[in-house]
Write a protein that binds this ligand. Structure first.
Ligand code: MEV
Length: 307
């Protein structure tokens, strides 16, 4: 009998192509060097317990009543309840900074499903794990391109497309600088607002998505050549496109401009849904007087791991 299984998966940052990726465009997403670890210990009964820094859960298979704090893990267990041999104790540990927009939901989903697959001796690949994680994310959120789950599964810097799903590693990894805007973005609400605008004016919004897709292709070439100056220029342009989509405001713009103005930064933009969360710059801040809190994140090649 299996005693304990430990898996971990990294968080993510969107570098290019947010929103457009939900409509068939490519995006660039990277895994960050902060991880969520899931430790699974099988139980002799049908009880499931989940313990995390932010709360505790107890329920029974197969129903597993919902709990707002553990929606993704519970949806992952429910979706795979037919292959689970029994209940289990799950412990979730995270070394993420306490800010939103870093893909913690996708990371915990990927790590939890990987733990369930290992426990059940299920023959799986990274592609199978990504597809299973994306299905869970869509169950919970009703939407999702799966770029976050791809970063958590494969690691590295990915040229990712959701329709049809494809992912390709970009050869070189840029240094990054990440700031928190101080404001949580509500991804599903922002996606729904933009979708309503797209229905009203498909021509304008789709032209912006098209420009984002082109920028992504150029950035993949710049990344393959390690040309971070060019890559940064594309990032700056993408921030303008996000602003045209109505995803920024004067406060967020001013944070982005402060980062763009640093001599060590070749480009900076909002990352993720917009209207809050994180700001990502390419390079490293050189100005000793730089006034904003830096999160100290870097891109990692490490994807999901089974310890
Ligand atoms: C959120 O980080 C990125 C979005 O494109 C949503 C998604 O890709 O699922 C807004």
């Amino acid at each position: 009998m299996v005693s304990t299984i430990r898996t971990s998966a990294p968080g993510k940052l969107m570098l290019l192509g947010e929103h457009a990726v939900l409509h068939g465009s490519h995006c660039l997403v990277c895994a960050i060097d902060r991880r969520i670890t899931v430790t699974l210990t099988p139980r002799p009964d049908a009880v499931v317990t989940i313990t995390a820094g932010f709360g505790r859960y107890e329920g029974r298979l197969p129903e597993l009543p919902d709990d707002e704090c553990f929606r993704f893990v519970l949806a992952a267990l429910r979706r795979h309840s037919d292959i689970l041999p029994s209940g289990c104790d799950l412990v979730i540990d995270s070394d993420f900074p306490n800010v939103s927009g870093l893909g913690s939901s996708a990371a915990v989903t990927v790590a939890a499903i990987a733990a369930a697959f290992v426990w059940c001796d299920f023959s799986w690949s990274a592609d199978v794990l990504h597809a299973a994680s994306l299905a869970v994310i869509r169950d919970v959120q009703g939407t999702g391109a799966g770029a976050d789950a791809a970063a958590s599964t494969y690691g590295g810097l990915l040229d990712y497309c959701a329709e049809p799903i494809s992912q390709r590693q970009v050869k070189h990894l840029p240094p990054i600088e990440v700031l928190y805007s101080g404001r949580k973005a509500h991804t599903t609400e922002v996606v729904a607002e933009l979708e309503a605008r797209r229905r009203e004016d498909p021509h304008q919004i789709e032209a912006i998505f098209h420009a984002m897709d082109e920028g992504c292709g150029l950035a993949v070439n710049a990344g393959a050549a390690g040309d971070w100056q060019k890559f940064g220029e594309i990032i700056n342009r993408n921030h303008e496109l996000m602003t045209e989509l109505g995803l920024s405001d004067t406060n967020l713009d001013s944070l982005v401009h402060d980062l763009q103005a640093d001599p060590g930064i070749s480009g900076a933009k909002l990352s993720g849904a917009g209207k809050g969360d994180c700001i990502v710059g390419i390079g490293q801040v050189e100005n000793a007087e730089f006034a904003h809190e830096r999160l100290g994140l870097q891109i990692t090649r490490r994807g999901v791991e089974v310890a």
